[in-house]
Design a protein around this ligand. Structure first.
Ligand SMILES: [Zn+2]
Length: 197
């Protein structure tokens, strides 16, 4: 049985829980029609309304908060990228030909930055100069079509290109074979995470 609201008679002060309805039309003791719900029931109703508003407000503000953060980070990304493109310093010494940098990204994932020319035409158009690739151990390749190519026990899962922004700070753009996802990332080849040959 549903719990009914606590009723109170304004004439005689009698309180009761009515059956089958929330508010009785008449007081069961003095038959007065001056029947209302008790103050406690009103307070309960106000509190549940406040909780409801509070709950909706939390959902609303948490959503706007994350969307603000997202737009902030994408703005930062964009400004970084435009800076890098404009700040490419022509007077810096050229990068030695034939040099490679390898970075261990964990779980057998290895990134290699080369000084071979970038051979992805969409990227060379955007001033990406050099080629790069990312390999995983062939044992961890789910299916052959997830690799651009396979050399010995290494499968190349990402191919990309990079250009120098300043010193050995670089900006790379790569394409993952299995889903075609394009990612861009900044690296510093002299930050201790890369070994050079
Ligand atoms: Zn009464």
């Amino acid at each position: 049985m549903a719990k009914r609201l606590h009723n109170k008679c304004k004439s005689c002060g009698y309180t009761w829980y009515p059956k089958g309805k929330n508010i009785s039309t008449k007081c069961p003791r003095c038959y007065s029609t001056a029947v209302d719900i008790t103050l406690l029931e009103k307070i309960k109703a106000i509190f549940s309304l406040l909780f409801f508003i509070f709950f909706i407000a939390i959902i609303f503000f948490s959503n706007t908060d994350t969307s603000n953060k997202k737009s902030e980070t994408s703005n930062i990304d964009q400004s970084n990228q435009s800076k890098q493109t404009t700040e490419t310093n022509q007077s810096e010494p050229a990068i030695e030909a034939g040099k490679t940098w390898t970075g261990d990204w964990g779980n057998g994932i290895v990134a290699t930055m080369t000084t071979e020319p970038c051979d992805i035409s969409d990227f060379t158009k955007l001033d990406y100069k050099y080629a790069m690739s990312v390999t995983i151990p062939i044992a961890r390749l789910k299916k052959p079509t997830d690799a651009w190519h396979i050399d010995g026990d290494k499968a190349t899962t990402m191919m990309g290109c990079w250009f120098r922004t300043s010193g050995l700070s670089i900006h790379a753009k790569m394409i993952r074979k299995n889903d075609g996802k394009v990612t861009e990332q900044n690296f510093r080849l002299d930050d201790g995470n890369w070994s050079s040959k």
